[in-house]
Write a protein that binds this ligand. Sequence first.
Ligand code: MIC
Ligand code: SF4
Length: 640
Amino acid sequence: MGQNLTRKILADHLVSGELEPGAEIAVRVDQTLTQDATGTMAYLQFEAMGIPRVRTKLSVSYIDHNMLQTGFENADDHRFLQTVAAKYGIYFSRPGNGICHQVHLERFSSPGDLLLGSDSHTPTSGGAGMLAIGAGGLDVAVAMGGGPYYLKMPKIVGVHLKGRLQPWVAAKDIIFELLRRLTVKGGVGKIFEYYGEGVASLSVPERSTITNMGAEMQATTSIFPSDERTREYFRTQKREEMWRPTSADPDPEYDEVVEIDLNKLGPMVARPQSPGNVVPIEEVEGTKLAQVCIGSCTNSSYHDLAVSAAVLKGRKVNPDISMTVTPGSRQVFTMIARTGALADLIESGARILESACGPCIGMGQVPPSDTASLRTFNRNFPGRSGTADDKVYLASPEVAAVSALTGEITDPRKWGEPPPTEAPGEFIIDDDLIIPPPKNGDVEVARGPNIKPLPLAEPLAQTIKATVLIKLEDNVSTDHILPAGSKILPLRSNIPAISEYVFHYVDPEFPAKAKAAGAGIIVGGSNYGQGSSREHAALAPMYLGVKAVLAKTYALVHQTNLVNFGILPLVFVEEGDYDRINVDDALEIPDVRDAVGSGEVTVRNTTQGYEFTAHHNLSERQVEVLREGGLLNHIKAHAG
Ligand code: MIC
Ligand code: SF4
C-alpha cells in the first residue's frame, strides 16, 4: 500500500522520533502565524529567549481578534505587535486586513509546508495542502526561534469523500457530518486527511471550511491534497509559482478510514451549546431567531458571501432579525464591493462589519437575552457570544441567509432553487496592509501600560499539597476556563488582570478562592480544555497557584499548554476516583517530583482519608519541562 500525504509531509519535516502513532516526534516548522490575542504573549516569550531574528522561512503577525478599541489596551497591543514584528523580522498584517486564517490561506499558504499558529483554527490552510497546526503561543515562539514542534505522532484518518454535494448543501455540512459521527472528542490525537473522487468537486475555500472546523473534533489538523483545484486557487491569487502538487500515493494506507457519500448529505445545524450537537435541519426548523451572523474564519470567503448576497438580493432581512455579515479579508471585502454583492447585502438590511473575528469571539454583536442566534461560525460554547444564557446555532451561509429572510431556521431546499453565483476569474490582489519587516531590526518596541511582564512558573515541588478548587463535567472548553469577549480579551497581555476572570461564568469566586488556598488543583472530566489553543487558560491558573489538574482525558493542545506553564496534567485511572473527590478536599501528592518520572503518582485525599493512583501520558522531555517549572525555564536551563 502507498504512503498517505500526512506521513510524507511529516517525514519531510522530521527532526527526531519515529512516525509511530503515540510516540513523541519533533518536526521542523516552515511558517508561523500569530494573532493579536495570543500574539502579545508569544512575542514576550520570544523576546525572553533572546534571539535577534526569527529563523523560520516566514512568520506573520495578524491583528484580527482585539479590534474593538473601547479602551487604550487593544490599540497599545497593536503598536507593540507592529514594532516587535519589525524588530524581529516578522510580516505584520494590519488591523483591517482580515482574519488571520483567511488571509494566510489567500496570501501565504504553501502546499507541503508546515505551519504552526497560535490559534486553534490554523488548520484552515490545510485546505491548500499545508500541514497546518494550532498550538499555544509558547510553542510558536520556540518555532520562531528555530526550534522544532513536539507532538505525539497522531493516527492518520483517511476521509474518503464520494459523490458530490446536492444543491443547498455546503462544505460546512461535510464537517458537520464528521462531528455528528465522531463528536467533539473524536479527533484527539488524530489528523484527518481527505481523499477520493469527491475532493475535486470542492474549491479551496470550501476545503478550508472543513479543515478549519476539524479543530472542533480536537484533531491535530486536517489536510486536503494540492491538486488542479488548488492550482486554480493559487492562480486567482496571482501566486501560481507558489503552487506545487502534493498527494498521497495511489492506494494509501491509513490508521482508520471514514467514508462520506456527499450525495447523501443534507443541510445540518449544530444546536446550542456545542459544535458537536449536530442534527439534520429538519429537527430544528421553525426555531425563531433574533440574530443571524455570517462570517468568522470558517465561512467568510468570497464564495460564502456571494452565495449569501445572491439569496438576499432584492429581498429584506426579517424585521425581527439583526443580521451581520463579516468579510473574512480585505480581499473578500473589496471583491464583494466590486461585484455588487456588497450592495445587495446592504440593501437587504444586513449590517456590514469590518474584516475581523468580531462576534465570533464576543467582540460586539452580543445577542439579546433569551433568544436564539444562528451563526456560520465554528463554536457555540456557552457564553462565548457574550450573553451568559445564549442559544447559538451553527449552520452554513446558505441556511443562514435563507433563515435571515424568514426569521426562523429554514431548510433552504424548501425555499426554492439556489440562485446562480459566479466565481470571479481573478481576485484583486493588494497586499498594502501587510508590512514586510525592514532589513535591519533597529526598531524600538512600543510597550503600553497594558503589557505586563511575563510570569514564570516554579519548579515542580517535591510534594504537592493543594486544595480542590473546582470540579467540572466533561468537555470543559477553554472558553469556560478563561472566557474571551470585549471585556476580558483586551487583558491578554496582562496576566495579573486577566487571571481575575478564570472560570468567570462557571464560578466567579474561583480567583479569590485560588489565591486564598495558595496552592490549588482543578478536577475535570473528559476532553478537558477543548476548543481554543489559548495558553492563557493555563498561564492564568498557574498565576493563581494551580499546581495540577486531575481529569479523565485532555484536549492535547491544552494539555501541552499546562506542561509549558508548569501545571501537572494528571489522569484518573478509575472512574470512581473522579466521583469520590469533592470541592475543598485537601490533596497531597507525595514525592511527586521523583514519582512523576514513572508516569504514575499517588494522590492522598487527606480530607476524606483515602488514596488513589493517577497517571499521566507525558514524554520524558515533558516531565523534565515540568520539573524545571515550564518550557521557558527549561529553555533557559538548556540554552547554549
Ligand atoms: C477562538 O476561536 O477561540 C480563538 C479566540 O481564536 C482562539 C485563540 C484565542 O483564544 O486567542 C483559538 O481558537 O485558539
Ligand atoms: Fe477568530 Fe472566531 Fe476564527 Fe477564532 S474561530 S480565529 S475568534 S474568527
